[in-house]
Design a binder for this molecule. Structure first.
Ligand SMILES: Cc1cc2nc3c(=O)[nH]c(=O)nc-3n(C[C@H](O)[C@H](O)[C@H](O)COP(=O)(O)OP(=O)(O)OC[C@H]3O[C@@H](n4cnc5c(N)ncnc54)[C@H](O)[C@@H]3O)c2cc1C
Length: 448
């Protein structure tokens, strides 16, 4: 049997590895339009600032493919699928490549919002860029050097936008992040933590403009700035757009494979076409798309088994997990972080907000099961949260985990429960007095 995989990043590579783990005999051939074996995209922003080299990013070198007996074809763009004759066509080549099973691991591409001149200036290489590949990172680095860029605007205050802004800042560029929503990381944070993050980002010398819809990219020959919907203009010599992703669907769509936002798959990652599967950023399952590595990894196990005819496990979706990777800034968001947007009753929140120490921890429960968390500025609870997601947890255990205490007035017994208050006891003003009997702050003790 011959399995052909199109796409050689996380999803394609780990699918190949998992197939080989289950079966030593099948022929596995991988095609990618890129020029590199599997590399991680996670550290691409650091390639711009030359903190890492291309070699540092490459995860599996040629030997790895040889040892696993995987045939890797670089620089081969697949332009057509012929499901009826079980074949694919490569750009510039006449002969089709046949398959018994085809796995589409086509990934996604950066989304470009409908901003006037954005697409034209990106295609024309006039100072508008997105970051997805090694080649993108090198182009951005060259442009910064060639034109002695001094001011950068990053459109998009999500994880990638902030990581990119942080690296660009390392180049000593005057850097501004422009976000459409009224807070940073709108999908991963609530308002309170979004505000704390903004302060932290600004303290690193990065300007943040929120609630700002970019209307137009300005400049004739090269970029000179942006114009916002409210008429305000901001100067820049380079614009980096990091405004979400779009699953790559065209190849599947043109071959009449069912697509919507992504390539539509069932619980075994089968597409609408027999013996054609899809995995990774390019898929849509139950109206959801993911765009994160843990989802690719989980799906790659399922699709490997499916393609080998061993439908052991069905896909149930992946809990979103996101970590902001900025040195000295710890932030992880996992699962459901804002129950007000969810249906049904029984939601509970346990929260510790320490504005003085820039630390915010929020745990979201439903019927005593852990459903999500925000951990900002303190990652002590991280492994606990990862291990206990979707499991029943004891409230007392969580209080200990977050170091939330009940303070009790030694004079009248009045309690100050940190879990229910906005301000931690230690951050109350020195002249705080018991609301019941007027005893001073140091008249309170931790309740045993
Ligand atoms: C800068 C950056 C940082 C990131 N950081 C994180 C992180 O910290 N944590 C996290 O979970 N996720 C992160 N991500 C997202 C993560 O990289 C993606 O979820 C992951 O790469 C998706 O893997 P994939 O294999 O599905 O698709 P992709 O990585 O998009 O790979 C698909 C491959 O298929 C190739 N291809 C597409 N069409 C064709 C064709 N017709 N013919 C041949 N080849 C084709 C593409 O060129 C590409 O090489 C980051 C992404 C970026 C860009």
């Amino acid at each position: 049997m011959k399995i052909v995989i199109v796409g050689n990043n996380v999803a394609g590579t780990f699918t190949a590895q998992n197939i080989r783990y289950l079966n030593n005999d099948v022929v596995i051939e991988i095609f990618t339009q890129e020029n590199y074996p599997y590399y991680t995209r996670v550290n691409l922003p650091e390639l711009i600032s030359a903190k890492v080299t291309i070699d540092d990013l490459i995860v599996f070198k040629d030997d790895w493919y040889k040892n696993k007996n995987l045939k890797l074809n670089l620089n081969k763009k697949v332009i057509k699928i012929d499901p009826e004759n079980k074949a694919i066509y490569i750009e510039g080549e006449n002969d089709p490549v046949s398959y018994d099973k085809l796995i589409l691991a086509l990934g996604s591409a950066p989304n470009i919002p409908p901003i006037k001149s954005a697409l034209e200036m990106k295609i024309g290489k006039k100072g508008v860029f997105t970051l997805r590949s090694i080649d993108d990172a090198l182009e951005i680095r060259d442009y910064i050097k060639k034109f002695a860029v001094e001011k950068a605007i990053v459109i998009g205050g999500g994880l990638l936008g902030l990581e990119l802004a942080n690296q660009i800042k390392n180049y000593n560029l005057e850097t501004t992040v422009v976000e459409f929503f009224p807070r940073l990381l709108p999908r991963q944070l609530d308002e309170e933590c979004g505000t704390m993050l903004r302060e932290e980002i600004e303290s690193r010398g990065i300007k943040v403009v929120l609630d700002a819809a970019t209307e137009e990219i300005l400049g004739n020959g090269r970029v000179t700035g942006i114009k916002l919907k409210d008429g305000q203009t901001l100067d820049a010599d380079i614009i980096l757009i990091q405004a979400g992703i779009r699953p790559t669907i065209d190849l599947a769509k043109e071959s009449n494979i069912h697509t919507n936002r992504g390539i539509v798959v069932n619980e075994f990652l089968e597409t609408s076409e027999k013996d054609v599967y899809a995995v990774g950023d390019c898929i849509e399952y139950k109206n959801q798309i993911w765009g994160i590595i843990p989802a690719c990894m989980e799906q790659s196990k399922i699709v490997a088994a499916s393609a080998l005819g061993l439908k052991k496990v069905d896909y149930k979706g992946t809990t979103p997990k996101n970590t902001l990777k900025i040195v000295g800034l710890e932030l992880t968001s996992i699962g459901i972080i804002d129950p007000t947007k969810e249906e049904g009753a029984g939601w509970e929140i346990l929260k510790k907000a320490d504005k003085k120490d820039c630390c915010y921890q929020k745990l979201v429960l439903k019927e005593s099961k852990l459903k999500g968390a925000i951990l900002f500025g303190d990652s002590k609870a991280m492994s606990y949260v990862y291990n206990k997601m979707e499991q029943a947890v004891e409230k007392e255990e969580l209080r200990k985990l977050l170091e939330l205490y009940i303070y009790i007035c030694s004079n009248c017994g009045k309690e100050y429960d940190e879990a229910k208050m906005d301000v931690l006891f230690k951050n109350l003003p020195k002249d705080f007095k018991c609301s019941e009997c007027g005893a001073p702050k140091d008249g309170f003790k931790i309740k045993e």
